[in-house]
Design a protein around this ligand. Structure first.
Ligand code: SAH
Ligand code: SF4
Length: 342
Protein backbone atom coordinates (compact mmCIF):
# COMPACT_ATOMS: atom_id res chain seq x y z
CA UNK A 1 0.00 0.00 0.00
CA UNK A 2 1.31 3.47 -0.81
CA UNK A 3 2.03 5.78 2.06
CA UNK A 4 0.14 9.04 2.32
CA UNK A 5 0.88 12.08 4.42
CA UNK A 6 -1.87 11.58 6.97
CA UNK A 7 -2.29 7.84 6.54
CA UNK A 8 1.31 7.01 7.51
CA UNK A 9 1.66 5.84 11.10
CA UNK A 10 4.42 7.04 13.40
CA UNK A 11 6.19 3.70 12.82
CA UNK A 12 6.01 4.16 9.06
CA UNK A 13 7.43 7.67 9.33
CA UNK A 14 10.18 6.42 11.64
CA UNK A 15 11.04 3.78 9.05
CA UNK A 16 11.22 6.41 6.33
CA UNK A 17 13.59 8.39 8.49
CA UNK A 18 15.91 5.47 9.25
CA UNK A 19 19.47 6.75 9.30
CA UNK A 20 18.41 10.21 10.45
CA UNK A 21 18.78 11.35 14.05
CA UNK A 22 16.05 9.77 16.17
CA UNK A 23 14.41 13.06 17.10
CA UNK A 24 13.44 13.65 13.47
CA UNK A 25 10.34 11.46 13.73
CA UNK A 26 9.06 13.46 16.70
CA UNK A 27 9.90 16.67 14.91
CA UNK A 28 7.91 15.69 11.82
CA UNK A 29 4.99 14.41 13.85
CA UNK A 30 4.99 17.49 16.01
CA UNK A 31 4.87 19.78 12.97
CA UNK A 32 2.18 17.83 11.09
CA UNK A 33 -0.12 16.82 13.94
CA UNK A 34 0.54 19.01 16.99
CA UNK A 35 1.32 22.32 15.31
CA UNK A 36 -0.78 21.27 12.32
CA UNK A 37 1.55 22.93 9.83
CA UNK A 38 1.39 22.18 6.12
CA UNK A 39 4.50 20.11 5.30
CA UNK A 40 5.40 22.62 2.59
CA UNK A 41 5.61 25.31 5.27
CA UNK A 42 7.82 23.33 7.66
CA UNK A 43 11.15 25.16 7.68
CA UNK A 44 13.01 23.29 10.40
CA UNK A 45 14.10 20.31 8.27
CA UNK A 46 17.21 20.12 6.11
CA UNK A 47 16.24 20.88 2.52
CA UNK A 48 17.09 17.46 1.08
CA UNK A 49 15.21 15.66 3.82
CA UNK A 50 12.23 17.96 3.39
CA UNK A 51 12.13 17.13 -0.29
CA UNK A 52 12.47 13.40 0.33
CA UNK A 53 9.61 13.48 2.83
CA UNK A 54 7.37 15.50 0.54
CA UNK A 55 7.85 12.87 -2.14
CA UNK A 56 7.56 9.85 0.14
CA UNK A 57 4.44 11.20 1.86
CA UNK A 58 2.23 12.61 -0.88
CA UNK A 59 -1.13 14.15 -0.10
CA UNK A 60 -4.05 11.88 -0.95
CA UNK A 61 -6.30 14.73 -2.08
CA UNK A 62 -5.92 17.25 -4.90
CA UNK A 63 -7.99 20.39 -4.75
CA UNK A 64 -10.48 20.80 -7.59
CA UNK A 65 -12.26 23.85 -6.17
CA UNK A 66 -12.41 25.66 -2.85
CA UNK A 67 -15.16 28.17 -2.27
CA UNK A 68 -15.86 30.45 0.65
CA UNK A 69 -19.38 31.63 1.38
CA UNK A 70 -20.18 35.34 1.29
CA UNK A 71 -20.21 35.43 5.09
CA UNK A 72 -16.57 34.32 5.05
CA UNK A 73 -17.30 31.72 7.70
CA UNK A 74 -17.85 28.60 5.64
CA UNK A 75 -15.41 27.13 3.13
CA UNK A 76 -16.08 24.10 1.04
CA UNK A 77 -13.66 21.96 -0.94
CA UNK A 78 -14.15 19.52 -3.74
CA UNK A 79 -11.17 17.16 -3.90
CA UNK A 80 -9.99 14.54 -6.32
CA UNK A 81 -8.72 11.33 -4.70
CA UNK A 82 -6.98 8.26 -6.14
CA UNK A 83 -8.82 6.75 -9.07
CA UNK A 84 -10.65 9.99 -9.82
CA UNK A 85 -13.17 9.85 -6.96
CA UNK A 86 -14.50 13.27 -5.98
CA UNK A 87 -15.28 14.11 -2.40
CA UNK A 88 -16.27 17.16 -0.37
CA UNK A 89 -15.18 18.75 2.89
CA UNK A 90 -16.69 21.74 4.68
CA UNK A 91 -15.00 24.02 7.21
CA UNK A 92 -17.20 26.06 9.52
CA UNK A 93 -15.40 28.84 11.38
CA UNK A 94 -16.64 30.15 14.70
CA UNK A 95 -15.13 32.89 16.85
CA UNK A 96 -12.45 30.86 18.57
CA UNK A 97 -12.69 27.41 17.05
CA UNK A 98 -13.71 25.59 13.91
CA UNK A 99 -15.60 22.45 12.88
CA UNK A 100 -14.76 20.29 9.88
CA UNK A 101 -17.37 18.16 8.15
CA UNK A 102 -15.71 15.18 6.45
CA UNK A 103 -16.72 12.62 3.86
CA UNK A 104 -16.26 8.94 4.68
CA UNK A 105 -17.03 7.52 1.22
CA UNK A 106 -17.05 8.75 -2.35
CA UNK A 107 -20.78 8.57 -2.97
CA UNK A 108 -23.15 6.53 -0.84
CA UNK A 109 -25.05 3.30 -1.34
CA UNK A 110 -27.94 4.16 1.00
CA UNK A 111 -30.01 6.00 -1.58
CA UNK A 112 -31.86 8.45 0.67
CA UNK A 113 -34.19 10.08 -1.82
CA UNK A 114 -33.65 13.73 -0.76
CA UNK A 115 -29.83 13.53 -0.59
CA UNK A 116 -27.58 14.60 -3.48
CA UNK A 117 -24.96 12.01 -2.50
CA UNK A 118 -27.56 9.26 -2.33
CA UNK A 119 -28.92 10.27 -5.72
CA UNK A 120 -25.46 9.88 -7.28
CA UNK A 121 -24.84 6.37 -5.90
CA UNK A 122 -21.80 4.65 -4.42
CA UNK A 123 -18.29 4.90 -5.81
CA UNK A 124 -15.86 3.62 -3.17
CA UNK A 125 -14.85 3.69 0.48
CA UNK A 126 -12.29 6.27 1.60
CA UNK A 127 -9.31 5.06 3.58
CA UNK A 128 -8.30 6.50 6.95
CA UNK A 129 -5.63 8.74 5.44
CA UNK A 130 -8.12 10.27 3.00
CA UNK A 131 -10.60 10.92 5.78
CA UNK A 132 -8.04 12.37 8.19
CA UNK A 133 -6.36 14.51 5.54
CA UNK A 134 -9.62 16.42 4.99
CA UNK A 135 -9.36 17.71 8.57
CA UNK A 136 -5.72 18.79 8.29
CA UNK A 137 -6.15 20.44 4.89
CA UNK A 138 -9.11 22.42 6.26
CA UNK A 139 -7.03 23.33 9.31
CA UNK A 140 -4.37 24.79 7.05
CA UNK A 141 -6.99 27.22 5.75
CA UNK A 142 -8.35 28.14 9.18
CA UNK A 143 -7.03 30.66 11.67
CA UNK A 144 -9.22 29.09 14.29
CA UNK A 145 -8.12 25.81 15.74
CA UNK A 146 -10.17 22.87 14.51
CA UNK A 147 -11.75 21.45 17.66
CA UNK A 148 -14.67 19.47 16.24
CA UNK A 149 -15.06 16.96 13.44
CA UNK A 150 -18.41 15.72 12.18
CA UNK A 151 -18.82 12.74 9.84
CA UNK A 152 -21.64 14.43 7.95
CA UNK A 153 -20.16 14.82 4.50
CA UNK A 154 -20.57 12.30 1.71
CA UNK A 155 -21.06 8.67 2.59
CA UNK A 156 -22.32 6.51 5.40
CA UNK A 157 -19.57 6.23 8.05
CA UNK A 158 -20.96 3.05 9.59
CA UNK A 159 -20.80 1.32 6.21
CA UNK A 160 -17.03 1.96 6.37
CA UNK A 161 -16.38 1.46 10.08
CA UNK A 162 -12.78 0.22 9.94
CA UNK A 163 -11.42 3.24 8.08
CA UNK A 164 -13.65 5.64 10.01
CA UNK A 165 -12.49 4.22 13.29
CA UNK A 166 -8.83 4.35 12.33
CA UNK A 167 -9.33 7.99 11.42
CA UNK A 168 -11.16 8.70 14.69
CA UNK A 169 -8.24 7.22 16.62
CA UNK A 170 -5.78 9.46 14.81
CA UNK A 171 -7.93 12.56 15.27
CA UNK A 172 -8.07 11.71 18.95
CA UNK A 173 -4.58 10.37 19.54
CA UNK A 174 -2.42 12.39 17.12
CA UNK A 175 -4.46 15.54 16.55
CA UNK A 176 -5.64 15.68 20.16
CA UNK A 177 -9.38 16.14 19.60
CA UNK A 178 -11.61 15.09 22.45
CA UNK A 179 -13.81 12.10 21.61
CA UNK A 180 -16.97 14.00 22.48
CA UNK A 181 -16.02 16.59 19.86
CA UNK A 182 -16.03 13.93 17.16
CA UNK A 183 -19.53 13.18 15.86
CA UNK A 184 -20.35 10.13 13.79
CA UNK A 185 -23.62 10.61 11.93
CA UNK A 186 -25.41 7.49 10.71
CA UNK A 187 -28.51 6.76 8.71
CA UNK A 188 -29.12 3.96 11.24
CA UNK A 189 -26.98 0.96 10.33
CA UNK A 190 -27.80 -1.07 13.43
CA UNK A 191 -24.83 -3.51 13.43
CA UNK A 192 -22.48 -0.54 12.91
CA UNK A 193 -24.07 1.32 15.82
CA UNK A 194 -23.57 -1.73 18.01
CA UNK A 195 -19.94 -2.02 16.93
CA UNK A 196 -19.37 1.64 17.65
CA UNK A 197 -20.73 1.08 21.15
CA UNK A 198 -18.12 -1.66 21.68
CA UNK A 199 -15.23 0.55 20.61
CA UNK A 200 -13.44 2.40 23.39
CA UNK A 201 -13.77 6.12 22.62
CA UNK A 202 -17.06 7.83 23.57
CA UNK A 203 -17.60 9.70 20.31
CA UNK A 204 -20.87 11.56 19.86
CA UNK A 205 -23.49 9.63 17.89
CA UNK A 206 -25.95 11.38 15.59
CA UNK A 207 -28.78 9.40 14.03
CA UNK A 208 -30.48 10.69 10.87
CA UNK A 209 -34.11 9.88 11.58
CA UNK A 210 -36.15 12.26 9.36
CA UNK A 211 -39.43 10.46 10.09
CA UNK A 212 -41.03 8.98 13.21
CA UNK A 213 -43.02 6.26 11.37
CA UNK A 214 -41.74 3.39 9.24
CA UNK A 215 -44.12 4.08 6.38
CA UNK A 216 -42.68 7.52 5.66
CA UNK A 217 -39.12 6.60 6.65
CA UNK A 218 -39.14 3.69 4.19
CA UNK A 219 -39.74 6.26 1.46
CA UNK A 220 -37.13 8.80 2.54
CA UNK A 221 -34.50 6.40 3.84
CA UNK A 222 -34.76 3.08 1.98
CA UNK A 223 -32.39 1.29 4.37
CA UNK A 224 -35.20 1.63 6.93
CA UNK A 225 -36.71 -1.52 5.41
CA UNK A 226 -33.68 -3.38 6.66
CA UNK A 227 -33.26 -1.53 9.97
CA UNK A 228 -36.66 -0.18 11.00
CA UNK A 229 -37.14 2.68 13.46
CA UNK A 230 -37.67 0.53 16.55
CA UNK A 231 -34.34 -1.26 16.00
CA UNK A 232 -32.50 1.99 15.31
CA UNK A 233 -33.89 3.58 18.49
CA UNK A 234 -32.94 0.47 20.49
CA UNK A 235 -29.36 0.62 19.22
CA UNK A 236 -29.20 4.37 19.94
CA UNK A 237 -30.46 3.77 23.48
CA UNK A 238 -27.86 1.06 23.98
CA UNK A 239 -25.18 3.49 22.79
CA UNK A 240 -26.37 6.22 25.16
CA UNK A 241 -26.47 3.76 28.09
CA UNK A 242 -23.08 2.33 27.35
CA UNK A 243 -21.22 5.59 26.78
CA UNK A 244 -23.19 7.92 29.01
CA UNK A 245 -23.45 10.29 26.05
CA UNK A 246 -26.45 12.19 24.79
CA UNK A 247 -27.50 11.03 21.32
CA UNK A 248 -28.53 13.55 18.66
CA UNK A 249 -31.28 12.90 16.11
CA UNK A 250 -31.13 14.70 12.78
CA UNK A 251 -34.40 15.63 11.14
CA UNK A 252 -34.35 17.31 7.71
CA UNK A 253 -37.62 19.20 7.73
CA UNK A 254 -39.53 18.77 4.46
CA UNK A 255 -42.55 20.95 3.80
CA UNK A 256 -45.80 19.01 4.32
CA UNK A 257 -43.93 15.70 4.16
CA UNK A 258 -42.57 15.16 7.67
CA UNK A 259 -43.35 18.43 9.46
CA UNK A 260 -46.95 17.85 10.62
CA UNK A 261 -47.70 18.19 14.34
CA UNK A 262 -48.94 14.60 14.47
CA UNK A 263 -45.41 13.61 13.44
CA UNK A 264 -43.91 15.83 16.14
CA UNK A 265 -46.06 13.91 18.62
CA UNK A 266 -44.93 10.56 17.22
CA UNK A 267 -41.31 11.69 17.33
CA UNK A 268 -41.66 12.87 20.93
CA UNK A 269 -43.18 9.51 21.88
CA UNK A 270 -40.10 7.75 20.46
CA UNK A 271 -37.64 9.94 22.29
CA UNK A 272 -39.09 10.71 25.73
CA UNK A 273 -37.26 9.14 28.63
CA UNK A 274 -34.28 8.53 26.39
CA UNK A 275 -31.16 7.77 28.45
CA UNK A 276 -29.13 10.98 28.81
CA UNK A 277 -31.92 12.92 27.06
CA UNK A 278 -32.21 12.85 23.29
CA UNK A 279 -31.61 16.00 21.29
CA UNK A 280 -33.29 16.74 17.97
CA UNK A 281 -31.65 18.91 15.30
CA UNK A 282 -34.20 20.31 12.89
CA UNK A 283 -32.60 21.31 9.59
CA UNK A 284 -34.65 22.75 6.72
CA UNK A 285 -34.16 20.49 3.71
CA UNK A 286 -31.78 21.78 1.05
CA UNK A 287 -33.21 21.47 -2.42
CA UNK A 288 -31.57 18.82 -4.59
CA UNK A 289 -32.06 18.13 -8.28
CA UNK A 290 -33.40 14.60 -7.83
CA UNK A 291 -36.10 15.26 -5.24
CA UNK A 292 -39.23 17.37 -5.51
CA UNK A 293 -39.66 18.29 -1.83
CA UNK A 294 -38.38 21.49 -0.27
CA UNK A 295 -37.54 22.81 3.17
CA UNK A 296 -40.33 24.05 5.44
CA UNK A 297 -40.79 27.72 6.27
CA UNK A 298 -39.18 28.91 9.51
CA UNK A 299 -42.54 29.29 11.26
CA UNK A 300 -43.56 25.69 10.54
CA UNK A 301 -40.23 24.49 11.89
CA UNK A 302 -40.43 26.49 15.12
CA UNK A 303 -44.02 25.27 15.62
CA UNK A 304 -42.76 21.70 15.23
CA UNK A 305 -39.89 22.40 17.66
CA UNK A 306 -42.27 23.94 20.23
CA UNK A 307 -44.48 20.89 20.06
CA UNK A 308 -41.50 18.62 20.76
CA UNK A 309 -40.43 20.86 23.65
CA UNK A 310 -43.89 20.74 25.16
CA UNK A 311 -43.61 16.97 25.13
CA UNK A 312 -40.25 17.09 26.87
CA UNK A 313 -37.92 16.64 23.89
CA UNK A 314 -35.20 19.23 23.29
CA UNK A 315 -34.93 20.48 19.74
CA UNK A 316 -32.69 23.03 18.06
CA UNK A 317 -33.49 24.66 14.76
CA UNK A 318 -30.33 24.75 12.66
CA UNK A 319 -29.80 27.29 9.99
CA UNK A 320 -28.14 26.07 6.86
CA UNK A 321 -24.62 27.38 6.72
CA UNK A 322 -23.18 28.35 3.38
CA UNK A 323 -26.30 27.75 1.33
CA UNK A 324 -24.86 30.03 -1.35
CA UNK A 325 -22.01 27.59 -1.93
CA UNK A 326 -24.15 24.43 -1.79
CA UNK A 327 -22.44 23.44 1.43
CA UNK A 328 -24.71 20.47 1.98
CA UNK A 329 -23.95 16.85 1.51
CA UNK A 330 -22.97 16.08 -2.08
CA UNK A 331 -24.34 19.31 -3.49
CA UNK A 332 -21.12 20.96 -4.61
CA UNK A 333 -20.08 17.90 -6.54
CA UNK A 334 -23.55 17.65 -8.07
CA UNK A 335 -23.35 21.27 -9.20
CA UNK A 336 -19.79 21.02 -10.51
CA UNK A 337 -20.70 17.90 -12.47
CA UNK A 338 -23.73 19.64 -13.95
CA UNK A 339 -21.61 22.68 -14.83
CA UNK A 340 -18.88 20.59 -16.47
CA UNK A 341 -21.43 18.45 -18.32
CA UNK A 342 -23.48 21.40 -19.42
N1 SAH B 1 -24.71 9.17 5.89
C1 SAH B 1 -24.73 9.83 7.14
C2 SAH B 1 -23.85 11.04 7.22
C3 SAH B 1 -23.77 11.92 6.02
S1 SAH B 1 -25.24 12.82 5.63
C4 SAH B 1 -26.15 10.18 7.52
O1 SAH B 1 -27.04 10.07 6.68
O2 SAH B 1 -26.35 10.54 8.67
C5 SAH B 1 -25.24 14.07 6.88
C6 SAH B 1 -26.61 14.66 7.19
O3 SAH B 1 -27.07 15.47 6.09
C7 SAH B 1 -27.66 13.59 7.41
O4 SAH B 1 -28.42 13.89 8.55
C8 SAH B 1 -28.46 13.69 6.14
O5 SAH B 1 -29.73 13.17 6.29
C9 SAH B 1 -28.43 15.16 5.87
N2 SAH B 1 -28.83 15.55 4.53
C10 SAH B 1 -28.60 14.91 3.37
N3 SAH B 1 -29.15 15.57 2.32
C11 SAH B 1 -29.74 16.67 2.84
C12 SAH B 1 -30.48 17.76 2.28
N4 SAH B 1 -30.72 17.82 0.97
N5 SAH B 1 -30.94 18.72 3.11
C13 SAH B 1 -30.70 18.65 4.45
N6 SAH B 1 -30.02 17.66 5.04
C14 SAH B 1 -29.54 16.67 4.25
FE1 SF4 C 1 -26.00 8.35 2.33
FE2 SF4 C 1 -26.41 9.93 4.48
FE3 SF4 C 1 -27.02 10.77 1.97
FE4 SF4 C 1 -28.49 8.86 3.11
S1 SF4 C 1 -28.28 10.99 3.81
S2 SF4 C 1 -27.71 8.83 1.01
S3 SF4 C 1 -26.94 7.75 4.25
S4 SF4 C 1 -25.00 10.31 2.76
Amino acid sequence: MTLTRYGASREAVAELLAGEPRYRTDQVFDALWTQRIDLDAVTTLPRALHQRLTEALPCALTEIVAQTARDGLTTKWLWRAAGGAQIETVLMRYRTRATVCVSSQAGCAMGCTFCATGQAGFERHLDAGEITEQVLRAQHASEQRVSNVVFMGMGEPLANVDAVWESVERLHGDLGLSARHITVSTVGIVPGMRRLADLPLPVTLAVSLHAPDDELRNELVPVNRRYPIADVIDAARAYADRKGRRVTFEYAVIDHVNDQLTRADQLAALLTRFPGGAHVNLIPLNRTAGYAGHGSQALRITTFADRLARRGVNATVRRNRGVDIDAACGQLRARETARLDG
